[in-house]
Every structure is written in structure tokens, then in C-alpha cells.
Design a protein. Structure first.
Lengths: 969, 446
């Protein structure tokens, strides 16, 4: 060709283009970008459409059902399973946050063995199982007791398999120790003594008209908090006699106590004297309490010698207060008395549990609100005595192989028990933990278990409820189900008994499901099919009412519980150390989950840090303010903790949250009669440490300063005060189709923070860390505002106010935005367009509710936490404002579903994440344009008021005032 | 007072453009370094976000917005002196208005930066301008921040034009005797001025027109700035008093800044013959008057707030200002803005340059604190007590605040060497009027 001068010819161009595109296709970046992580997608998976799987929560023994929402093969959110009788669609803060355990950046990537250098080094599963097998064979040869297993409570197939595995090795029953730090063992022990039933009663608080909690935080962590919150709330939100009343007894007002109508400020350990006082007053024939159980007369003979004055002195309250509570119990039936919880579990916990049960019995609550016979006793936790026995055996060198399954003896047991030293004496510690904890730091073999969301399984929280687990996504790393590992190891052992008929854990689960299927369905033609169906729904549920029994009292045994407790010894410089569990920290197994650390405690508003609660008087005596470091010393140890001044604690006590190493290092080794650990037994000396820290506090002022931000109503004044807003200057925005609105019942809200975690998960709200919390840069779209009273130094009056965007009709944020980044939608939402926002922050300044958060810096989602991000919601960049949208993506999803099915949106069909998660069903969402919707009806209630209504922003959220009945004498 | 001749006047003014001494370079260096350090500090914000500030909810605005309002305020008295006093035929303005005008332009150049610097995404600041675009996005004309954009850009345009119009005859005079780049610069600034009758006729008309045009801006610009706060629903911001209050405060701070600049300038450039005690006396009276207005506004605001019921958030905000975490700011502000200027009642104080300078510097401190007090304390103590928080500016914000002063004085120092700091033409006119009035013969040959 003679066209050299033309430069690029057609052929040359095509060649160059081909080479360039091939090179682009080969670039490593292009090769690793995966939008949808499937090679072969499942048939039912449609990109952009969520898939839901039913499974079970294993964060505490309550065993709530879970619905896991997955998108493109990743679990993105956990919600309750609406069919599950325990949670009924709700899930607590810790349950929802367990999703972050799945994506935790520290999760082990595969099996590891501690090498000669003391470092854990990766090995293959075959090597791991072989070495475990060899060690087991060697240890077995030495006789029983040399192989021990420490597990969390596994009321289901996993626990059954563990037992079978140990049995096949010739181990004894007691070689398997079950560690549940918060297990209410005294209640079982008292049940055994009184009724011959070592069971946990199942409660029906919905039937109770008065609830008295003796340190039992049943709205936070106690036994089954989601279920109890729902039952309790069903009796709230009404004015008058039919409303359930709650009295909290204890030295510190807990979050459960914040929902109470009365607080009996018993001193630490004084709960027992209060309970005895109630028993004495109620059984006293002089008081002529009607309809008492026949045992009342005999019981009175036993409690008659107890003097009211002695009891009151030991309780640290006046007798009149006890009498008033007794009168209420006499009048309002049935009732439920609950206790003890960790906060009241002292050295006489079993006695307290016994007296509480006796009062329940006397009042006729047994069989009505306190039900026996429903505890499946599938995997009863061991007492601390047994745990101690194990530690002693370990220390004595009698344990050759210790298998640790989801228990963390080094991190969850009081330091006074010396778990770390004991672990050091075991030649082979095998941990099945998924991520590092204090025990894996000392383990020789780490065999990381699947997360619950990656495996099959089941949990039997009570008779008639079997919640099933199934994998909702492909395992993220080279982990293996601990049960599967046991099956495989067993199969390799040269022991005939260990060669189970199942090679796969799923087969084992299915085999065990047969009786459940029979109970639930009657006849089961095809177990595999029935099992699949049950897994689709999330469990086997059948009526177990016929299992219920009304226990009969052994009067002679009751006598042991009816003695006068000893006079308290504290006083002087010694303060009672009131440890307490919180809804976010729990027993500490989720202590490293970002959401649970980032979200402030509902009562103290502290995040990212432990704190020591001191009363204002104690603070004044010590000369400290919130944030000053205090040195706390007990017989077990000394810890420096930042003070938090809290008027809800007695002057002779200091409060310290459980769920962290601080409390564990301060608690001395004390047990109650049943062998349960006595949390509430320590006294401490507290002194200024002379230093100050910047405590990450959310609260500015905990007082309402006379502004009446929250309201209360009573039977005499059942309507909330509303300002006159009849003068209208401008036409208001029109909402032709829908006007989304919410109602929040403050009489039901318990401050459990489930809604806050739900919001974090649903809306990709970033976790910013401790430093940001100190600076007031918490990003939560929804916060629990907690007020302690009207004025500093005034009466304690705890009020909770969930504060989220009010989606105002006259939104002050809207007109001030110069670029229309925030604007009013036709459905009444104050939309925020992130990619239009330039970050003037005027909208936040003009927002009376301060519910907008600003991205001060780019949020970080350390890998693989970014897999949890909800693909329906933008991840915001730095420099833009963000806020609650009423979960607009869920609204659109619901609207689109309805449109596809050619029907109007049904009331209650659309729920924002917070509303969906609320155990107490305190939040209701719906269309205010529909006068018959639930939210519209609630908005018309006389209890309804709006936050800062006088600003006339016309919020879409109606708060229903808390009911506050004046106490009757 | 000796009356300068036309020639000595021109020589004196021309002398200000002589080769700068070491003191000038030291001053320029300090100002430039402060501006540069402020700029570098700001680059942290651009790179990593506003977490470098001390801002937090509820206090989303802090030092940077305080700086903005402060510098807009400074800008005001320039126009007041050059335009309003021109219309009122207040003769004492002639000697000082050029400095005041330069101060205005540079202060607006400073002020205009800060709303942009404080943005979360400053690279999108141009979205605040209504410009046609294919996304069909428009600005929200209901937002006071958009009004600000117009107010500031209008003010910058008008004050710059006004400055350059006034400079044209002087530039022509300098052009005729300058060499090199200065000749080219003054040729440009003279706009072909040749001093013909026709040009003078057009010039005086135009000057009158611009003066009349600029006068309403003195009122409007700072009123608009005050609406940033007044149209909000925040207690402590939401007040109809704000526009006049802000304008008075702006003039107070502006005049104080003029005095702050003139006292050392007069000394450094040997302008004692031109800028006389009479000028300082008149400016001091202006300070005194506006200080009284500002004091009255403070009192009114507080009294009105105390009309509310005991737990009214507005009342609470004012109590908080006086007794809360920011009480030192409030009382220092009162001392500087209300107490300090009362000393100017005494002629002896007005007559002492150092006393005047001290009072005026303190007024500027006080006026900065006033804006801080308004912006920050109201936000820190809003309606929901649970969210109250005390904002403390970070070092980055302080660096940017001092950087603003560096930037302003850097521009001013350069401007003084390029633009005659006193209007030669108008001074000559005044001299002529003076001479005519005195009936004495004058040397008209200049």
C-alpha cells in the first residue's frame, strides 16, 4: 500500500483496538471486580431482590427465631421470625448485631495450631482433625476425666452431639461443662427445693397486672428479654386499672427499672428482705388478703417471727414502702414477681428466688403467670461450682484435652477463679471459637466454627418450640461446623462406639427432628420434606400446654428460705458494688462487635468505655464529676474507671456494668447456696484516681429544664397538653397519595436499643469509633434520649424519648438548603439527596430535633464488614449530611410489591427497620392519609403529643405519653 | 494645621509608593506566613474532611462562619465612608475613604472565602450559583445561603467598581510620571483618563451614581447576612432585631478597623498633613455612635428574651450566654464593644493615637467575639437539652481564623503599594474648595 502518509490505516486501527481491549480485559483490577458473587446463581436468586432465610439466634439462651435477609448471596440484615413464638418477629440489639460476628474482620480464616514459637500457624483441616483425634485417643487411655468439654448451652442437636461424642469416648456425664454466666441457676435450685422441679419457669407477663422485678432485668438480658418485653408491653399503653404496673427492687435503677412505675431502693442484697416482707404482709391474716393460696396460713406461721422493722432495716427501705407494694399485689391479681437476675444474684440468691416463688405461689400466680413444666431441660448450664471443679482439675493437671465450644473461660469468668492459670496447665486446649478471645490466646488448636448463619442446627428454648438454623450463605472462610468436626474426628477414631451412623451433621439434625415432626404434624410421611418445610418457616412449633404442671409446695422445704437475712456489713468507706448487665453488653460475648460498642448505653449514654455509676451525693463526697477516674478496689482487685454521676443509684453503692473485663476482675469468688456465682456480693472502696478522661457521652444535659419535652398522663388527666396551632400563614404541603407517619408509645418503649441496631444495619450507618464519640460525632440516625428529671437536683424521673427524623410537614431543614439537597417528597418524607449535598450544615442547625448527622470524615468498613452493607442504601461520603428516611427503600419495596400485585398498600405492610425490630411494638408506622390506619388512630389518642410541637414543624411522629399513675398509699 | 499645596500633596502620596523598607517586608512576611499556614491547615480539611474542626452536633457552625460574618462586617464601613458620607457631603471622608475602600474590597475578598471553606464539599461550591445545566437543577431561592451568594457577589462587584472608578484620575496622575511595569499598571487603571472637561463631567456623574448605588448595599448586605440567622427557628438566632443590629455592628467593627489601619499607616507613610487629628476625631465619634447602637441592641435582645416564660428556650439561651460555658466570651464582648468605646467620650482619649488604637483593636476583638457568641452559643444550647454540647474550636480553625487576618493584611500591604492610599484628585478638589472658601490665592499649577 502506498498510503504510508495516512498514518493509521483501518487494519492498523482494528489491530490496535483489539490489543488495547484485550489488555484492558486482562488487567488485574477488572478480573477481581465481582458485582454478584456467584459462579452459578441459584434459581430463586434474582439480583436486586432480597432472599429471606429463617434461622435462629444463638447470642443468648433465649433462642429467638431469625429471618436473615440476603442480597446477592450475602446476609445483610437479621430480623426476627414473625412465626416464632418466642420473638414474634422482633430481635434484640445483640441478636441483630450478631451479623457483625459473621463479617468480623478478626474472624479466623481457617484451622490453626500453635507452633513451637508460640504463634498460631495455619494447618489443614485434615491435619487438625488428625492431631485432635490422636490427642483424644491418648487422653482416653488415661481414663475418664482427661478429656473435658466446656461449651455454651446448646439446647439442641449441637449439644446432643457433644454429649454423644463424649459418651463414645467413655467420658462421664460431668466431663461436659456448660458455661452460661447469666444463667438464673438459683431459680432452678429454688424450684427444686420447693417443688421438686429444677426448672426455669416460663413467664406469661401479658397476663400479669403487676410485675415486681427483684433485680431481674427482664427487659434487657434476663432469660428471654424479647419475649418478656412483648408480653409486658401488651399491658401498657393504656390509662387506668388495666395497665400493667412494674416495680423495680434494687440498689440501682436499671433500664428495666426505667420502665417501672415505682422503684423500691433496696440496698444491695436487701431484695430478699423486701420479698420476705411482702410474704409476711400478704400472708398475715390481719391484712385479710382475699383468695390466697391455701399454703398461706402455714407460711405465715413461719414468717410471723420476722419483725417488720428488722426486715425494713435489712432492705434499706421503710416498711411503709414494702406495705404499699404488698397492698398493690394484694389488690391487683394476677401478678408476677421475678428474680433474681445477675444484679441481685448475691450469696443468698437461692433464698431470694425461693421467697419470690413463694410470694408468687401465695398470690396464685403459679400456673397463671409463672408456668412450670415448659422448661425442656435440654442443656442445663452447669453451676459455677462445677465450672470451678473443672478449673481445679485443669490446674491439677488432670485434664489432657480441653475442648472449648463457644465459651470463653479466660474472658467470661471472674479473674478470681483463676481461669487463665488453669488453662495454662492443660496440654491441649482446643477452641472452636470463630474469632480471637482470651481463651484462643491460650489455645493450642483453633478449629473455627461456622457462624450460626453458615450452618445447620436447632435450638429448643422451651417445650413446644424448636427453632431451626440453616445456612443463609456460603461460608466466608475455611471454617467448619464444630459439630461436623466432632463427627469427622469421631469417625477417624479407632473406637467402635464413636463411629456414628451420620457422616454429616445435617443428617444428625434431621434424625433428631423426628419427634418434633411427630409432635407438630402428627403423622410424618416424609421426614426430609417436613424438615425442609420446617426450615423454611424457621422451626417446629407445637402446643405444649399439656406439659404444664402446677407445682405443689413442699412446705417443710420452704422453711429453709424463711429465715431473716443477716444484717448488712457494709458501711463506712465500703460501698456496695452493684454490678448489672446491660442490653448491649450482655454477658460480654459480643463485646467486640462494632455496633454494640458504638451505640451508647440507653441509661448512661456512654459508649466505647466501661463506667462506674456514682450517686450525686457520693460524687460530691469524692469531689468528682462524670469523666473523673475513680480507683475501685475490692478484695479481688483494683480497677480505674471513669465516673458517671447517676441519680438512679443508692448513696451506699456504686454501679458497674457487666460484660467486660473490669467487673470480672473486681468480683471476688463468692457463690450462693446452689453453687451459682454471686455477682451481687462485693463491696468496694472508691477513691479519686486524680486523672480525668474524656468519657464518650451522648447526653448534653440529662434534664428537661422545665421544657416539658416528654409528657406524662394519668387517669385523672388522660390527655397530653397540646399548643394551639390554629393560626396558619402559608399553605401547607399536600400529600395526595400517602403521608407516611409514625407513632411511638412511650409507655411501651423500654429503651432496649433494638431499633437503633436495626437502623445501623438497614441504613449503612457508619461506626466512627471512640474518638468520634468523645467529640459528639455519633452517626446514629435514631437515638434514645434519656431524661433523668426536670431540673438538676430535682426528683428522679427517668423518661425515654426515641428521637429520629420527625419527617415534618413544615420541615425547618427544607427551606434553608441552598441546593435542594433536602426537600419534601409527595409522600411527606424529608428526603436527603446525598450527591446533591454540598455540606453547608444549615439544615442541622435549623432542625429543632437535631436528628441530622454530618459525615465529618469518610466512614470505614474494614473488610469484610463491607459485605454487610445494604445494597439498597447509599454509603455516604464525607462532607454530606445524612438522616433517617423512614427507610425509604423499604417503603419503595412495599409500594412496588403492592403495585406488582395491583392492590393498594395494606396497613402495616411497610415497616421501617426500627418499627420492625421493636420487641415491645412501641413503634407503629403507616399512612396518615388513611384515617383507619393504626398510626392515624394512635395519632388521635388523647395521649398523643408531638415533640417540640410549639415550633410548629408539624412532625409526622406522634408520641404517646407515658402513663404515670400517682402511687396509692 | 498647615495646609498642603497641590504639589506637596501629590509628592506626599507618591512617596507612599517608594521602595519599601525592612519593616514593610517584615509585616508582609508575617501576613503572608499567617495566610499560608491558614491555607495549609485548610488543606487538611480538603484532604480528610471537617473532622479537623471542633464542630459537632448541635454546633455545626463555628469559627469559620464567625470569620465570615466578621469580615463582611469589616467590609461595611468602607462603603459607608466612601459612599454614604460622600452623599452626605461629609468632607472629612476625603482623606480617608481610599484606605476604607481598599479595606472593603479586601475584606469582602476574605469574607467571601469562608462560606466556601466551611462547606463539607467545597469543590461543589459553584452549585450555589443558579446556572443553567442539563440536569435541570436549580438553587433554592428560599435559602438565606443563596441570598448570601448574591449579596456578597454583588457587594464585591460594586465595591470593586467603586474603588477603581475613584482610582482612575489618580492612576492617570501616577501614570504620567511612572516608568516600567508601574506605567503599564496605571495606564490600565487610568482607563484612558486624560482629565478633559467631558471626562470630569462623566466621572462626577458616575461617581455620584455609584455612591447612590452602593449606599443601599451598606444596609442590605449585612441585613442579608443577618438573615442567615434570623430566618432560622433557633432560639438566639430567630430575631427581627438582627438586621439593624448587624448593620450597626458591622459599621462599628469597620470603622474601628479603619482607625486600626490608619493610625500606623499615617505614621509609616508620613501622612500627618493629610490625615489629621480631625479625621480621627470624626471617626471616633462614629465608633461611639455605633457602639451605643450596638449596646442598645444587646440590651433590647436580652430584655425581649426575658419577656418569655421562665423555661422558655430563648430566655434560657440568653441566661446561658451570660452564665454558661461561654460566659467569658460574652463578658469580654460587652467590655470591648460597650464599655471600651465609652472612653471616646473624652476628647483627651480621642486625641491620643495609642489609646484610640487600643480601643479600636479591642472593638475588633469584641466584634469577632460577638459573632462567635451569636453563632456558637445559640447552637450549643438549643431546644433539646439532651443534645447540648460545648463547641471548642480546633487549632485548624484558629489557624484559618488568623490566616484570614494574614490574607487580608497581605492584600492590603500590597494594595497600599499599588494604589494611592489617599485620593489625590479629591484632596486637590477639597483644597481648591477650601482655598475658594478662604478667598486666598492658590497655586493651581499642579
Amino acid at each position: 500500500m502506498s498510503d504510508d502518509r495516512r498514518g493509521l490505516g483501518r487494519r492498523t486501527f482494528l489491530k490496535a483496538a483489539a490489543v488495547a481491549s484485550a489488555a484492558a480485559g486482562c488487567s488485574p483490577k477488572a478480573a477481581t471486580q465481582k458485582l454478584i458473587p456467584y459462579l452459578i446463581p441459584p434459581d430463586e436468586g434474582v439480583p436486586g431482590t432480597p432472599l429471606f432465610y429463617r434461622t435462629v439466634c444463638r447470642e443468648c439462651p433465649a433462642g429467638c427465631g431469625v429471618t436473615a435477609r440476603t442480597r446477592e448471596g450475602r446476609a445483610v440484615k437479621l430480623e426476627g421470625n414473625p412465626e416464632d413464638p418466642i420473638g414474634r418477629g422482633a430481635l434484640c440489639a445483640r441478636g441483630q448485631a450478631s451479623l457483625q460476628a459473621l463479617y468480623h474482620p478478626d474472624r479466623f480464616k481457617g484451622p490453626m495450631r500453635r507452633g513451637p514459637g508460640g504463634k498460631l500457624a495455619p494447618i489443614t483441616w485434615d491435619e487438625a482433625e488428625d492431631s485432635l483425634g490422636q490427642a483424644l485417643v491418648a487422653a482416653r487411655a488415661k481414663g475418664p476425666g482427661h478429656v473435658r468439654l466446656l461449651s455454651r448451652s446448646e439446647p439442641g442437636s449441637a449439644g446432643a452431639l457433644q454429649k454423644a461424642f463424649l459418651r463414645s469416648l467413655g467420658a462421664r456425664e460431668e466431663d461436659r461443662v456448660v458455661l452460661e454466666p447469666f444463667d438464673p441457676a438459683p431459680l432452678r435450685a429454688a424450684g427444686e427445693v420447693l417443688f421438686g422441679r429444677a426448672e426455669l419457669p416460663v413467664l406469661d407477663l401479658a397476663a400479669a397486672r403487676t410485675v415486681v422485678a427483684f433485680g431481674a432485668d427482664f427487659l434487657e438480658t434476663w432469660i428471654s428479654p424479647v419475649e418478656y418485653a412483648r408480653q409486658f408491653a401488651s399491658g401498657r399503653g393504656r390509662v387506668g386499672e388495666e395497665r400493667t404496673r412494674l416495680t423495680w427492687v434494687g440498689p440501682r435503677l436499671s433500664l428495666t427499672g426505667a420502665s417501672a412505675d415505682g422503684w423500691l431502693r433496696a440496698r444491695a442484697g436487701g431484695e430478699l428482705a423486701v420479698a420476705l416482707g411482702l410474704l409476711r404482709w400478704l400472708t398475715d391474716p390481719k391484712n385479710a388478703v382475699p383468695d390466697l393460696a391455701p399454703e398461706a396460713r402455714a407460711l405465715f406461721a413461719r414468717v410471723e417471727p420476722l419483725q417488720a422493722a428488722d426486715l425494713a432495716a435489712r432492705a434499706g427501705v421503710t416498711w411503709a414502702e414494702v406495705e404499699r407494694l404488698a397492698r398493690e399485689l394484694a389488690r391487683r391479681r394476677p401478678s408476677a414477681l421475678l428474680g433474681p437476675g445477675p444484679a441481685s444474684q448475691g450469696t443468698r440468691a437461692t433464698q431470694l428466688a425461693g421467697v419470690v416463688l413463694l410470694v408468687n405461689l401465695v398470690l396464685g400466680n403459679l400456673g397463671r403467670t409463672v408456668l412450670y413444666g415448659l422448661d425442656p431441660r435440654e442443656d442445663v448450664p452447669s453451676s459455677f461450682q462445677e465450672v470451678e471443679g473443672l478449673l481445679a482439675a485443669m490446674s491439677a493437671g488432670k485434664v489432657d484435652v480441653l475442648l472449648v465450644a463457644h465459651a470463653d473461660p479466660a474472658g467470661a469468668l471472674p479473674a478470681a477463679l483463676g481461669p487463665e492459670a488453669a488453662l495454662g496447665k492443660v496440654p491441649l486446649v482446643v477452641s472452636f471459637a470463630s474469632r480471637p478471645d482470651a481463651t484462643t490466646d491460650r489455645a493450642h488448636l483453633v478449629l473455627p466454627d461456622h457462624h450460626t448463619l453458615e450452618t445447620f442446627g436447632d435450638a429448643v428454648p422451651r417445650r413446644g418450640v424448636v427453632n431451626t438454623a440453616q445456612p443463609v450463605m456460603t461460608p466466608l472462610a475455611d471454617t467448619r461446623s464444630a459439630s461436623q468436626v466432632l463427627l469427622e474426628v469421631a469417625g477417624k477414631l479407632p473406637i467402635e462406639a464413636a463411629h456414628f451412623q451420620w457422616s454429616d451433621f445435617y443428617d444428625y439434625v434431621q434424625a433428631r427432628a423426628e419427634p418434633y415432626a411427630a409432635a407438630a404434624l402428627g403423622t410424618v410421611p416424609d421426614l426430609a420434606l417436613a424438615q425442609r418445610d420446617a426450615q423454611q418457616r424457621g422451626g417446629w412449633w407445637f402446643d405444649a400446654a399439656r406439659e404444664r404442671v402446677t407445682p405443689s409446695l413442699t412446705l417443710a422445704a420452704a422453711g429453709a428460705f424463711l429465715s431473716l437475712p443477716p444484717a448488712p456489713v457494709s458501711g463506712g468507706a465500703q460501698l456496695d458494688l452493684a454490678v448489672f448487665p446491660t442490653a448491649l453488653r450482655g454477658d460480654g460475648r459480643g463485646a467486640d462487635l462494632p455496633w454494640l460498642r458504638e451505640i451508647p448505653d440507653a441509661l448512661s449514654s456512654v459508649s466505647w468505655s466501661p463506667w462506674l455509676e456514682v450517686s450525686p451525693a457520693t460524687a460530691a463526697r469524692l469531689g468528682v464529676r462524670s469523666g473523673d477516674l475513680l480507683a475501685v478496689s475490692t478484695t479481688a482487685g483494683r480497677v480505674e474507671l471513669p465516673a458517671y454521676v447517676y441519680p438512679g443509684i443508692r448513696d451506699d453503692a456504686v454501679g458497674l456494668p457487666l460484660g467486660g473485663p473490669e467487673a470480672l476482675s473486681l468480683l471476688p469468688n463468692a457463690k450462693d447456696g446452689s453453687g451459682a456465682f454471686a455477682f451481687a456480693s462485693a463491696t468496694a472502696t472508691v477513691a479519686r484516681a486524680g486523672k480525668r478522661v474524656r468519657l464518650p457521652l451522648l447526653e448534653g444535659s440529662p434534664y428537661q429544664h422545665g421544657r416539658a419535652i416528654t409528657q406524662t398522663v394519668s387517669a385523672t388527666a388522660p390527655a397530653a397538653r397540646r399548643p394551639d396551632l390554629s393560626h396558619v400563614m402559608y399553605a401547607e404541603p399536600k400529600h395526595p397519595e400517602h403521608r407516611w407517619a409514625m407513632a411511638i408509645d412511650l409507655d411501651r418503649c423500654t429503651g432496649c436499643q433494638a431499633c437503633v441496631v436495626a437502623c445501623f444495619a438497614e441504613n449503612n450507618v457508619p461506626v466512627m469509633g471512640a474518638e468520634a464519640a468523645v467529640q459528639g460525632r455519633y452517626m446514629g440516625w435514631l437515638r434514645i434520649e434519656r431524661y433523668l428529671g426536670d431540673e438538676p437536683g430535682g426528683a428522679l424521673d427517668v423518661q425515654l424519648l426515641p428521637m429520629l427524623c420527625q419527617q415534618c410537614t413544615n420541615a425547618p431543614c427544607e427551606p434553608v438548603c441552598p441546593v435542594y439537597a433536602t426537600y419534601h417528597t409527595a409522600e411527606g418524607l424529608n428526603a436527603q439527596v446525598y450527591n446533591r449535598c454540598v455540606g453547608t450544615r444549615y439544615c442541622s442547625n435549623n432542625c429543632p430535633y437535631k436528628v441530622r448527622t454530618f459525615n465529618w470524615r469518610d466512614a470505614k468498613f474494614p473488610q469484610p464488614l463491607q459485605m454487610q452493607l445494604n445494597p439498597d442504601v447509599t454509603v455516604r461520603s464525607r462532607g454530606v449530611m445524612e438522616k433517617c428516611t423512614f427507610c425509604v427503600q423499604r417503603i419503595r419495596y412495599g409500594e412496588n410489591q403492592a403495585r406488582d400485585e395491583r392492590r393498594p398498600v395494606a396497613d402495616g405492610e411497610i415497616t421501617p427497620a426500627c418499627v420492625q425490630s421493636c420487641p415491645a411494638q412501641a413503634m407503629v408506622f403507616g399512612d396518615a392519609n388513611d384515617p383507619s390506619s393504626r398510626v392515624s388512630r394512635l395519632a388521635r389518642e388523647p395521649r398523643g403529643f408531638r415533640a417540640l410541637e410549639e415550633v410548629n414543624a408539624q412532625p409526622a411522629i406522634t408520641y404517646l405519653a407515658r402513663v404515670k399513675e400517682p402511687e396509692q398509699p | 494645621m498647615t495646609t498642603p499645596s497641590f504639589r506637596s500633596l501629590e509628592e506626599t502620596v507618591r512617596a507612599t509608593h517608594g521602595p519599601p523598607g525592612p519593616a514593610y517586608f517584615v509585616a508582609l512576611g508575617i501576613a503572608g506566613a499567617a495566610a499560608a499556614f491558614g491555607g495549609w491547615s485548610y488543606s487538611l480539611i480538603v484532604r480528610e474532611g471537617l473532622h479537623w474542626t471542633g464542630l459537632e452536633r448541635p454546633g455545626m457552625w463555628g469559627n469559620l462562619i464567625t470569620d465570615f460574618v466578621f469580615w463582611v462586617g469589616i467590609a461595611h464601613s468602607g462603603t459607608l465612608i466612601s459612599a454614604v458620607l460622600f452623599l452626605f457631603r461629609a468632607r472629612f471622608r476625603t482623606a480617608i475613604y481610599r484606605v476604607a475602600e481598599m479595606m472593603t474590597v479586601f475584606a469582602v475578598l476574605t469574607a467571601g472565602l469562608y462560606p466556601i471553606l466551611h462547606l463539607g464539599r467545597p469543590w461543589f461550591a459553584y452549585w450555589l450559583f443558579p446556572y443553567p445545566n442539563q440536569r435541570e437543577l436549580w438553587v433554592n431561592f428560599r435559602s438565606p445561603l443563596v441570598w448570601d451568594v448574591f449579596a456578597i457577589s454583588t457587594y464585591l462587584t460594586v465595591s470593586t467598581i467603586f474603588l477603581f472608578v475613584g482610582v482612575a484620575p489618580d492612576a492617570a496622575a501616577l501614570r504620567d510620571r511612572a516608568q516600567g511595569w508601574r506605567k503599564r499598571l496605571y495606564t490600565l487603571l487610568a482607563f484612558g483618563w486624560r482629565g478633559t472637561d467631558e471626562q470630569w463631567r462623566h466621572y462626577t456623574r458616575a461617581y455620584l451614581f455609584f455612591a447612590a448605588f452602593a449606599t443601599p448595599l451598606v444596609i442590605s448586605v449585612h441585613s442579608v447576612v443577618s438573615w442567615d440567622f434570623a430566618v432560622s427557628v433557633l432560639p438566639g438566632w430567630h430575631s427581627t432585631l438582627f438586621p439593624p443590629y448587624f448593620v450597626a455592628g458591622a459599621i462599628l467593627s469597620g470603622v474601628a478597623m479603619v482607625i486600626t489601619i490608619l493610625v500606623p499607616l499615617r505614621r509609616a507613610f508620613h501622612l500627618e498633613e493629610i490625615i489629621t487629628q480631625h479625621h480621627f476625631d470624626m471617626l471616633s465619634r462614629l465608633v461611639l455612635l455605633t457602639s451605643a447602637i450596638v449596646t442598645y441592641s444587646y440590651v433590647t435582645e436580652i430584655l425581649l428574651a426575658f419577656q418569655g416564660p421562665p423555661h422558655d428556650p430563648e430566655r434560657s439561651t440568653f441566661v446561658y450566654r451570660m452564665t454558661g460555658a461561654y460566659a467569658p466570651v460574652f463578658w469580654l464582648m460587652v467590655t470591648c464593644n460597650c464599655v471600651g468605646p465609652t472612653l471616646l467620650y473624652f476628647k483627651a482619649v480621642r486625641g491620643r493615637a495609642w489609646a484610640l488604637l487600643t480601643i479600636c483593636v479591642l472593638v475588633n476583638v469584641g466584634m469577632w467575639l460577638e459573632r462567635f457568641n451569636i453563632v456558637v452559643t445559640s447552637l450549643a444550647h438549643d431546644r433539646l437539652p439532651f443534645d447540648w454540647r460545648v463547641y471548642v474550636p480546633s487549632w485548624v480553625e484558629w489557624a484559618m481564623t488568623f490566616g484570614a487576618f494574614g490574607w487580608f493584611f497581605f492584600l492590603l500591604l500590597i494594595g497600599l503599594k499599588l494604589i494611592p492610599p489617599v485620593s489625590i484628585a479629591e484632596m486637590k478638589e477639597d483644597l481648591a474648595h477650601h482655598a475658594d472658601a478662604a478667598g486666598a490665592g492658590m497655586d493651581h499649577d499642579a
